[in-house]
Design a protein around this ligand. Sequence first.
Ligand code: ADP
Ligand code: MG
Length: 280
Amino acid sequence: MSRPETSDTAPGAAAGTAPEIRVEGLHKSFGANEVLRGIDLEIGRGEVVCVIGPSGSGKSTLLRCVNLLEEPDRGRVFVGSTELTDPDVDIDAARRRIGMVFQQFNLFPHLTVTANLTLPQRRVLGRSRAEAAKVAADNLARVGLAEKADAYPAALSGGQQQRVAIARALAMGPEVMLFDEPTSALDPELVGDVLAVMRMLARDGMTMIVVTHEMSFAREVADRVVFMDGGVVVEDGAPADVIGAPRHERTRNFLSRLLDPALAGLPGETPEEAGDAAGG
Ligand SMILES: Nc1ncnc2c1ncn2[C@@H]1O[C@H](COP(=O)(O)OP(=O)(O)O)[C@@H](O)[C@H]1O
Ligand SMILES: [Mg+2]
């Protein structure tokens, strides 16, 4: 009967190695809305952690706090041994260690694919034109889009644009990649190519936090799945446990709604969340 307690302790910190990302007691409110209510999370080097949870549970805010697009109210965030929340930290240098991919690809429409990749390298990293172009070409090849180097974003499918956005983030040489629902804006037939790129990154040893509702991806690729609800981590463990045998009622409810969209919007969702869902 006694099942080993795999959850709740963070298996992320592999024996003897410091975690690549550490979040301690993270709190964040927007006005009276307490969105993160004490998040603790450790992610080991090369680990892939999928974050799941209902709309409005704070998943995006968590990612945005990890790369300091939002300033936490309380708590600490570390990347490697650098505390990002240290007031004296070189925030720009620290942020460069973290790549972020959003649901909306945010490519510059007036720039070619290559220019989308070279511009941030030159502006932020001060790379020469030639070096930036070389790194851009390498990373476009990595996501399977070498032949689109001179195309403009509007000529690409959503899936291709998202792969360009991933290549753009990779071109900056991040140690960690954060993905916020990277396939949610895509037509279903375009999701697979983006997930394949993420799978490759995982295989290559990239440390990744992926907010996603792609349960088959989470099951197959994630080392751990974190279920968030109401601004706290409810469950944190192996995919087979959190998705396959969730211990908490809230996790079970969420997963059953996800698997049966007809149940979405039934009691359990706040009006605000229902509104978010309706708004797409
Ligand atoms: N910049 C912001 N200003 C005010 N409220 C925000 C802001 N960002 C997020 N929120 C609120 O925080 C809550 C959690 O949002 P979010 O982190 O986007 O959740 P999730 O990604 O899990 O759907 C929501 O109620 C949202 O309206
Ligand atoms: Mg979100």
